[in-house]
Design a protein around this ligand. Structure first.
Ligand code: ADP
Ligand code: TRP
Length: 321
């Protein structure tokens, strides 16, 4: 099965990205035709700083590599290195109904957060549809927030197939309910744009500060608490071994859960969980040229598939005269 997903290099990747998408993608490496990419063209809708975008792209690539993505076992590239996606975006945008794009809540959410509205921000879901359809992806693992964008991609693919004949595979979303939304330190969805993240590779004092900042209520230690509505417990759950998790769940239910101690324990758990990857990341960042070469080689592989689909599309719509 062809599985595909992308991530924006618009800030430091966090544990929400990891459990919502990266971990799933890495786990599919052995048993699928895996496509993973860094969506720098999408990030341009919110990042207008040359160095930040370029450095963010190298870092996001290094994050995936450090976490175990093997470029020999998948196709791993940077979106803008395959310009075919822009041509397909235009063709698809001539089919995408305005009403469908206008209904996308992520555009409204981003504007509400202060991102300047632009045509690119508005048509973001069409570029995403092109990303998916260009590679004829069958399954797209994403967090819950991307579900609507997946529906847009499916609708556009169906519309194209109806108007021009069978061309695109209709992609299925792959959403893992257990980790569909990892909460941030403030209890909202963890997101690079909310300043509530726990970055995967933060270290030392800054990491401690983030973990200690996880918001909890004021219930005294000895009183019972509901683990399922506690932000700290939801994050703890991602890292703790099953036996310890059960103990802590019981402390919540029966009284005795001390938030401060649990936060310190969580800090150690996170640090151990990513220890090996952290060392790998430092190794990759010490040689950004090598990271760049890996991504350029990946783009060559991706382009083979992209140009086959684009030729078919050009043919179907009458651009090959
Ligand atoms: P962010 O909101 O931090 O900018 P992105 O929009 O770049 O994250 O998302 C990259 C991937 O990570 C997507 O598949 C998205 O659904 C997933 N993701 C992001 N935040 C979370 C979260 N808090 N919980 C689960 N998955 C998430
Ligand atoms: N829009 C996605 C996000 O913000 C990133 C993305 C772009 C993507 N193109 C994609 C995800 C294609 C899956 C497939 O998270």
């Amino acid at each position: 099965m062809r599985i595909l997903s992308g991530i924006q290099p618009s800030g430091k990747l966090h544990i929400g990205n990891y459990f919502g998408m990266m971990k799933t993608m890495i786990s599919h490496m052995e048993n699928s035709d895996l496509y993973v990419f860094i969506v720098d063209l999408h990030a341009l809708t919110s990042v207008h700083d040359r160095d930040r975008l370029a450095q963010g792209t190298i870092e996001a690539a290094a994050d995936f590599l450090a976490l175990g993505l093997d470029p020999e076992k998948c196709t791993f590239w940077v979106q803008s290195d395959v310009p075919e996606v822009c041509e397909l975006t235009w063709v698809l945008s001539t089919l995408a109904p305005m009403g469908l794009i206008e209904r996308c809540h992520s555009y409204k959410d981003k504007i509400a957060k202060g991102i300047t509205p632009s045509h690119g921000l508005f048509s973001y879901p069409v570029l995403m549809a092109a990303d998916i359809l260009l590679y004829q992806a069958e399954r797209v693992p994403v967090g819950k927030d991307q579900k609507q964008h997946l529906e847009v991609a499916r609708d556009i693919a169906q519309k194209f197939n109806n108007e021009f004949g069978e061309t695109f595979v209709i992609p299925e979303p792959g959403i893992d309910e257990k980790t569909a939304t990892v909460p941030g330190t403030d209890g909202q969805k963890m997101s690079k744009s909310y300043d509530n993240t726990i970055p995967i590779f933060l270290d030392g004092k800054p990491m401690k500060k983030r973990v200690m900042a996880i918001q909890t209520d004021a219930t005294p230690v000895e009183e019972p608490k509901n683990p399922d509505t506690c932000n700290l417990f939801q994050i703890f759950k991602l890292f703790a071994p099953a036996e310890r998790l059960e103990e802590v769940r019981n402390l919540y239910i029966n009284g005795g859960a001390a938030y401060g101690h649990l936060k310190l324990e969580l800090l150690d758990l996170i640090s151990d969980y990513f220890a090996e990857a952290r060392a790998e990341k430092a190794r990759f960042l010490a040689d950004p040229g090598e990271v760049r070469n890996i991504m350029k080689r990946g783009a060559e592989k991706a382009r083979v598939k992209a140009s086959t689909t684009l030729e078919l599309v050009r043919d179907r719509v009458g651009l090959n005269y």
